[in-house]
Write a protein that binds this ligand. Structure first.
Ligand code: S3P
Length: 429
């Protein structure tokens, strides 16, 4: 397990682009694999999580080529996947296991899905339960609530499912099963989670409606291969947005970032905290909104965060907490219980780490209160094996009084393999 020592920065400046969007990259492989024709994907994120998805589909007989620039997926059609001869290893990726469980429920073969020690602790009941209502035959550890999961694929029927949580993984898993189900499959969520599946289903020619009653997918409709251009991942960009906002004298331009409104909660939150962030040259690429983002150092203030913005910023809370730790006054976060079931319990991990740096944090069941301070101490913090905790603490180190050691940073490769390199490019000391 590797560690890294990060020294305080003088400024974070220049012009960068961040790697491709993780959620869109996963979905491009999945839909490309079951479409008819060759799907070409540019800007694909070659992080470990997306490689897990790619390998899973290769194991199901899909020919996927990568020339280092473009990924070419020779789609097998809706009913062309083959029974894998071994267990499918989803690594650390919740998106891979939850979405593929939906897809595999409707196949005519048997499959087993597993993952690393972190993924095997994460809740799977949230997808197993609705899929079972559709007729899926899934078994697994602890009453089919934990991976490994074994799926006896078979006939499914459409359902209407009111999800108790706003989760794109739950929604997308059911939508993928819905492609194979008899009739219509409808998913309703408390507030909108990222809608990349809805957009990409439409882009590939699926039959679906999206309205106030959620998303409805009609089964048995073949998909057509497309050319997908993946924008930069706003979740990756947010580490650098916060870095520039909290480091005096910084000005940073991040080019080509996906700004889908279901993902821009962190921008809204940082604007409310007083951040100087501008979206430039807004455009649409492969059915997704894209922009360049210009950020300047700003003095931030504490705010209250709760409600519908939470799912729109769900992956950004670790680094938003770093912004809060530097803001003037108290930031309160509520309605964010989902953070407890991410790659690690992020409420606990961030609270413990911030306290080590001298910040006052009170944990609640569904959030935390963070009292901002001008002084962040140096020290040693641990990632808990969670990529976003590792990267967030690296950003905190840029403004700490002395260097910070972050232990167990290998996990950064799951979503942002070039993070430290890019940090080296923008930070002056
Ligand atoms: C994702 C959905 C979110 C997010 C994850 C990616 C997706 O998870 O945290 O990083 O691609 O669908 P939940 O659906 O569990 O909120």
């Amino acid at each position: 397990m590797e560690s890294i020592i990060i020294k305080p920065a003088v400024t974070v400046s220049g012009e960068i682009s961040v790697p491709g969007d993780k959620s869109i990259s996963h979905r491009s492989i999945m839909l490309g694999a079951i479409a008819n024709g060759v799907t070409a994907v540019r800007g694909f994120l070659r992080g470990e999580d997306n490689i897990s998805t790619m390998q899973a589909f290769r194991s199901m007989g899909v020919d996927i080529e990568d020339d280092g620039e473009v990924i070419k997926i020779n789609g097998n059609g809706l009913y062309g996947l083959k029974e894998p001869s071994d267990v499918l290893d989803c690594g650390n990726s919740g998106t891979t296991i939850r979405l593929i469980t939906g897809l595999l429920s409707g196949q005519s073969f048997f499959s087993v899905l597993t993952g690393d020690k972190y993924l095997r602790k994460r809740p799977m009941k949230r997808v197993v339960e609705p899929l079972s209502l559709m007729g899926a035959d899934i078994s697994g550890r602890n009453g089919a609530t934990l991976a490994p999961l074994a799926i006896n694929g078979g006939k499914l029927k459409g359902i209407t499912y009111q999800s108790p949580v706003s989760s794109a993984q739950i929604k997308s898993s059911i939508m993928l099963a819905g492609l194979y189900a008899e009739g219509e499959t409808n998913v309703i969520e408390p507030s909108l989670s990222r809608d990349h599946s809805e957009r990409m289903f439409r882009f590939f020619g699926a039959s679906l409606d999206v309205n106030n009653d959620g998303v409805t997918v009609r089964g048995g409709v073949e998909l057509s291969a497309r050319e997908v251009i993946v924008p930069g991942d706003i979740s990756s960009a947010t580490f650098f947005i916060v870095a520039a906002l909290i480091t005096p004298g910084s000005e940073l331009l991040i080019r080509n970032v996906g700004v889908n409104p279901s993902r821009t909660g962190a921008i809204d939150i940082l604007l409310e905290m007083g951040g100087d962030i501008k979206l430039l040259d807004e455009r649409e690429v492969s059915g997704e909104p894209v922009a360049d983002i210009l950020v300047r150092y700003s003095s931030l203030k504490g705010i209250s965060i709760s409600g519908d913005v939470v799912p729109r910023a769900i992956d950004e809370f670790p680094v938003l907490c770093i912004a809060a730790a530097r803001g003037e006054g108290i930031t309160t976060i509520r309605d964010a219980r989902e953070l407890r079931v991410k790659e690690t319990d992020r409420i606990k991990a961030i609270s413990e780490n911030l306290r080590k740096l001298g910040i006052t944090v009170t944990e609640t069941e569904d959030g935390m209160d963070i009292t901002g301070s001008e002084r962040l101490l140096g020290g040693v913090v641990d990632s808990s094996g969670d990529h976003r905790i590792a990267m967030s603490m690296s950003i905190a180190a840029l403004v700490a009084a002395s260097e910070i050691t972050i232990t167990d940073i290998d996990c950064v490769a799951t979503s942002f393999p070039t993070f430290f390199k890019l940090m080296g490019k923008t930070v002056s000391r």
